[in-house]
Design a protein around this ligand. Structure first.
Ligand code: NAP
Length: 281
């Protein structure tokens, strides 16, 4: 029988620990972790994400600030704001909400954030550190996925892991992290031939495509751990990449959407902000 991996409950427990650590940090060092989120433009989904991040920070005692910039802001102005935040000792984490308007070069913006404040883990230095197993700040969604897999109590070492999707923010980093945990890792993508056959080999299947209900039970081996990263809004509700009703008869462990990976992503952002603050001591 399939066991659901309750991301919401796991995230709640982790946030409780973060909150306690935030109190300790203040009592011992008078240090309050600070996160600054920069939001450019009026994209409704981004507004919701930023509001959720603010709420989560408040819940654990992290000081959060949101800088809202108009859609017309120049790249130069944005880079100057990041430079100022890089020098601000009260801000330990800087996050620029993506996507950015087309006239702004996202790579230039990510590269401008000081790596020690890059709580998204997207800066090339942090990506390189991840590659060489030295990362202090790991990207939030992949980090949350690994925690969810570990919560099953199953050992990652020696398992066959298949990651479907090769984006820089989910697919590639989660594959690297699984490799670091000694899984044998295959990365599949839109050009992969016989995808179902590749996926069927997985003891751990991570799906990050962005196509609702794309993965049905024919893609999985009985008893596999299935992590559904996909979130697509369909008729007002969030849909994963995995056909949940079919999969919950076949997978050993399965994350729901919503309530699986999503709550972990923000929680790992809080964790990274705490790590960045502690590293500043
Ligand atoms: P992305 O940058 O669009 O990447 C999608 C990946 O899926 C690409 O590597 C693409 O292959 C692959 N793909 C597309 N169609 C495929 C197919 N038919 N067969 C096999 N592979 C296919 O997306 P992303 O940023 O990684 O996000 C993926 C999903 O996760 C989205 O739904 C996103 O909303 C969600 N997400 C959720 C969270 C969360 O916190 N819950 C966080 C981040 C992302 P190619 O490289 O060959 O094009």
């Amino acid at each position: 029988m399939t066991q659901l991996i309750d991301g919401k409950a796991i995230a709640k427990e982790i946030r409780k620990n973060i909150k306690e650590e935030v109190v300790t940090l203040y009592n011992e060092y008078r240090l309050i972790p600070g996160l600054c989120v920069i939001l450019v433009g009026e994209d409704p989904a981004s507004q919701i994400y930023v509001r959720n991040k603010e709420r989560a920070c408040k819940e654990v005692g992290i000081h959060s600030t949101v800088i809202r910039m108009s859609e017309e802001v120049t790249e130069k102005e944005l880079l100057e704001t990041i430079e100022r935040l890089n020098r601000d000792d009260t801000m330990h984490g800087i996050l620029v909400q993506l996507p950015l308007p087309g006239h702004i070069n996202e790579d230039a913006v990510i590269n401008a954030i000081h790596p020690s404040k890059d709580v998204d883990g997207f800066h090339p230095i942090n990506v390189g550190m991840l590659m060489t197993s030295q990362a202090n700040l790991q990207p939030c969604t992949p980090k949350g996925i690994i925690r969810l897999i570990e919560e099953t109590g199953q050992n990652i070492a020696g398992k066959q892991a298949v990651v479907i999707g090769r984006s820089n923010i989910v697919g590639k980093p989660v594959a690297l992290m699984l490799l670091q945990k000694h899984a044998t890792v295959t990365i599949a993508h839109s050009r992969t031939k016989n995808l179902a056959e590749v996926a069927q080999a997985a003891d751990i299947l991570v799906v990050a495509i962005g196509k609702p209900d794309f993965i049905d039970s024919s893609f999985v081996k009985e008893g596999a751990i299935v992590i559904d990263v996909g979130t697509t809004r369909v008729n007002g509700s969030l849909k994963g990449d995995v056909k949940f009703d079919e999969m919950k008869e076949k997978a050993g462990y399965l994350t729901p959407v919503p309530g699986g990976v999503g709550p972990m992503t923000i929680t790992m952002l809080l964790d990274n902000t705490l790590i960045a603050a502690k590293s500043s001591l």
